[in-house]
Write a protein that binds this ligand. Sequence first.
Ligand code: GLA
Length: 406
Amino acid sequence: MENTRTAALADKFAELYGAQPDGIYFAPGRVNLIGEHTDYNGGHVFPCALTLGTYAAARRREDRTIRFASLNIKGGVTEVSLDDPSLFLDGSHVTGPGFGASDWTNYAKGVIWAFAGRGQLLPSGFDILYEGNIPAGSGLSSSASLEVLTGLVLRELFGFASVSQEDLAVLGQMAENVYVGMNCGIMDQFASAMGKEAHAIFLDTNTLSYSYAPLDLKDADIVITNSKVKHQLVSSEYNTRRTECEKALAMLQAAEKDGREIPSLGSLTVEEFEARKEAIGDPTLLRRAKHAVYENARTIEAAAVLKAGDIERFGELMNASHDSLQYDYEVSCPEIDFLVAEGRKIDGVIGTRITGGGFGGCTVSIIRSDVTDSFCRELAAKYEQAYGVKAEFYIVKPGEGAHTLS
Ligand code: GLA
């Protein structure tokens, strides 16, 4: 299967650019099991890489031209010179809110810019053709996979051996934060770069220390349900949530009398937060901060109970995570809440919640394997009746992080 896809992409590349590619590369999307909106608050996350993702065929050129194209996007080939001022490779700085996501090549250009920022200037241009199989707007990190993949391609084509897999994640995040202007945390890029087959990643986003957790649920499946509601609000509302958390943190810091430093909301235990929360005068900010602190605690507990084989408790924590995202963090939407509420009524559903940035996208559920089929059938029927939309279902097989295919 993988070989057929690789060969087909190489053929399309040759058709488009008139030569065989130097290599074929892949970076996966991700699904987050728990730990939502904690990564930019210095907390923990617990995602795994998917086997869905983005592929690229690429070839080094002799001149200073870069050509981008994608089989998923009409619009042909986008060409840019390495000397074009919009790439900011001359040591000047990107200022302002970033170039936005309306031009998909900004994600790739941002990675070239981020490489240059750590001294890795491209000696020449290249041709690249992308093809992805992550449903667009589903919240399964197609943009992070594009960034990490572009970083992998640059490393391999130009021999930047000092760039580690973790660096691919950090450079991808930098591209998205500064060049594109979306203030995301590190989770998506980290999962895409560092994923491991059959494992989830328990990551402390404050230190980037991580461990792999075997994801063998024996009699249960992890199922993603795509609501098909595209998470369009995500960048503006997302940046607002981030600012709200920063404001709440600043209030906690200002009220601290015993000299303790509170570097992030993720550095507080639930008890420490409860003892200090009066300092957050605004009720909305209080709910945002509460989510960040409690979700971090849930994530730490979730990793521990998974290790101990307590799937039921894991499911309870997932449910609590959703409720907090729905009511306190307010990043859900009616369609997703419907999928969660109806899903919970089905016997054998151990836990179900929204996953990813929010405002649409997907739910992730843990379901007893013997009811997985009926869960998909029943929920699809109810959802179609309520919203006239056919939801899609994927059974998750955690996959490998970004790698070269050939
Ligand atoms: C998006 C961001 C991540 C993370 C999630 C929410 O996917 O890219 O960094 O903040 O939202 O958990």
